[in-house]
Unconditional design. Sequence first.
Length: 235
Amino acid sequence: MSNLKPVYLLAGGRPRNPASFNPLYQSVFQESGKTAPSIAYLGAASDDSKAFFLMMAAALKGAGAGKVKLAALASKKADVDKAKDILESSDIVYVSGGDVEHGMQVLSDKNLTDFIVGLYKQGKPFFGISAGSIMLAKEWIRWPNPDDDNTAEIFPCLGIAPVLCDTHGEADGWEELQALLKLEKDGAIGYGIVSGTAIKVFPDGKIEALSGAIHQYQKRSGQVERIEDMLPTVG
């Protein structure tokens, strides 16, 4: 277990200078021990969007990454063995933004969830942005009937980062994160990763805020309350 790497969960959100994420990307790259690490791009949440891939590949390379390869899985005709080879042979795995439930459904349909978790357990560094960050966490929420709040239910994510989180939801007061916590056990904490920030989740569960304050919510006595923000460590 000593070879497990920290997992970086980033929030995209508002349009911003792509280079502003470079320090976060570079922190992830350092986990690989390579000067220009190769990146496996897992784009299931965005349905393997070509435009999204090209944009993010350029940003990652601009931050110092080497080759960035799309591990395409969304198509019914996807070459799963090829995708697995890309994921296995790359230095780091990146999980894209998009739709959390769709992304997890693609991985489940292709029977790849255990394979991906296995790569992490073998020491592969992982990071995600927006929906990808949530996919790397423990669980998320969905509404089978969007018009009926009572249909809210939890579904499992990859669980590589042992946390509950949401990304760039500060504008709506983290409604989905709070809805998730209402279905969790008392004491559960949810991390609101503000646009342009990230959390670093260590294998032992320790968490650090990066690039800004992280909003925190906790379920106490059946109620969800905002608690003190997590701030980046100084020095």
